[in-house]
Design a protein around this ligand. Structure first.
Ligand code: GAP
Length: 450
């Protein structure tokens, strides 16, 4: 089994990620989050929110709708520009992105259709039988109300960012934030990708964590650098292996239509080096287009300079699923366990691990041990320490299970615990064991799993 297959298999076996509509044969390239996946995902989103909203005085949160006024997408350029060049094999009718073919995008960003003419279909092997490339808009279309007329056409948002721009004025009017300030949002985005795949790497439904950071235009470089550093800090904090991460400036011809400078944060996935996150300087592209589109003034009065202008924007944009995929490939480790047998463990930072601690009775058929273990488990839960109680199988199996889901600590209640009110605590990575008094357990867990 390849590393990729091993990780996909672990995520299913341990209840992190299931195939969408599994019992109906699965919806291709769709994935759902199981009980452990939900915990991991929520922890990542909470950590991001804590770091970039709660802990900062200059960033506020927002939760806008998935379906916005269709004019939003006209103004943002998505109706016209948010497309990929689509080609279809005339033999097997499989569809591909022409921009994945080497040399298709020319120096000026133009399409070089000649490379398509000689392209060999990756699916059926036929050479030179592709259709000419055509722009395929990635936005998912839907209809509002009962009639499917073009007047009722609407779109599922392809990025959370636009919800932020259209509420810029509301936030300025209600909270009067001073520049520089940011608006953050976490939520679903939808793209009708031509080639979804590589597990949760490219899907049609995914979540983004985005900040639009509004600045004085002349200060853009300073803020761009600041957010580049913040992205590095985040990557280490969340547990992604920095040795596999690359910050790459995107050439002008390949930048998104709105961007004046972009850094792609790439990660060495087993299927190649691919985009993990994006950091873009969007100028005043969005605010000025929404000003034109809505005919509402979005100018900001800056008390410092006594001028009214459209702030510029720095945008760190992070995908939740790609965070998790890069994290899984960073955290997946193998060594030998206490018995000298191979074990797999997820080296997850405690802040994102589904549980901080697992609590076991040494034996599963001794009511007095089960009762004491339950007592300890409830005590930890009541102290807001995410804990799981496990009495299935023998202790070795339980360690193996907890290692595979990345639980940093396992606590075992044995016969001695009934006498001395102490427990054995085993640490996931080192497998070292320590005896800790039950009354000190919560503070021990807190300090060792910060
Ligand atoms: N608002 C800017 C924006 O949306 P993007 O580079 O198109 O920029 C930002 O997307 C991030 O969203 C990506 O870096 C990636 O983490 C995530 N993302 C984009 N498309 C995705 C897809 N189809 N599946 C999973 N994640 C995706």
């Amino acid at each position: 089994m390849t590393l990729f297959d091993e990780i996909v298999s672990l995520t299913k076996r341990r209840g992190f990620i299931f195939q969408n509509s599994d019992i109906y044969g699965g919806l291709a390239n769709g994935w759902d989050w199981g009980p452990l996946g939900v915990l991991l995902k929520n922890n990542i989103k909470q950590l991001w929110w804590r770091e970039f909203v709660t802990k900062r005085e200059d960033v506020v949160g927002l939760d806008s709708s998935i379906i916005l006024h269709p004019q939003v997408w006209e103004a943002s350029g998505h109706t016209k520009e948010f497309s990929d060049p689509l080609i279809e094999c005339r033999t097997c009718h499989k569809r591909f992105r022409a921009d994945d073919i080497e040399g298709f995008i020319g120096d000026e960003g133009t399409w070089n259709e000649d490379v398509v003419k000689t392209f060999q279909c990756p699916s059926c092997g036929t050479k030179g039988n592709m259709t000419s490339p055509a722009s395929f808009n990635l936005m998912f279309k839907t209809f509002l109300g009962a009639s499917e007329e073009s007047a009722n056409e609407a779109f599922l948002r392809p990025e959370t960012a636009q919800g932020i721009f259209i509420h810029f004025k509301n936030i300025v009017d209600t909270l009067a934030p001073k520049l520089p300030f940011g608006i953050a949002q976490i939520g679903k985005a939808f793209r009708n990708e031509i080639t979804p795949g590589n597990f949760i790497f490219r899907t049609r439904e995914f979540e983004q964590m985005e900040i639009e950071y509004f600045i004085r235009p002349e200060e853009w470089e300073m803020h761009f650098n600041h957010w580049e550093e913040e992205l590095k800090r985040w990557i280490e904090l969340v547990g992604i292996d920095m040795g596999k991460v690359h910050f790459v400036e995107v050439p002008e011809t390949e930048r998104a239509h709105y961007s004046k400078k972009t850094i792609d944060v790439e990660f060495d996935f087993p299927f190649g080096r691919k985009e993990l996150y994006g950091l873009a300087y969007r100028g005043d592209f969005d605010l000025s287009n929404h000003e034109k589109g809505s005919k509402k003034s979005l100018g900001y009065y800056d008390e410092a300079s006594k001028e009214t202008f459209l702030p510029h924007v720095i945008e760190p944009s992070l995908g939740v699923e790609r965070t998790i995929l890069a994290l899984l490939f960073s955290a997946y480790k193998k060594d030998v366990d206490e018995k000298g047998e191979e074990r797999v463990y997820l080296d997850l930072p405690p802040a994102v691990a589904p549980y901080r601690v697992a609590v076991f009775p040494l034996l599963s058929n001794k009511p007095e041990l089960i009762e004491k273990a339950k007592e300890v488990y409830v005590m930890l839960q009541n102290k807001n320490i995410p804990a799981i109680f496990d009495k299935g199988g023998n202790i070795g199996k339980r360690y193996r299970r907890q290692d595979e889901i990345g639980t940093p600590l396992c606590v075992t209640i044995d016969f001695e615990s009934l006498e001395d009110s102490a427990v054995t605590v085993r640490e996931r990575n080192t497998m070292k064991q320590e005896r800790i008094a039950i009354q000190d357990l919560d503070s021990y867990i807190r300090t060792t799993t910060q």
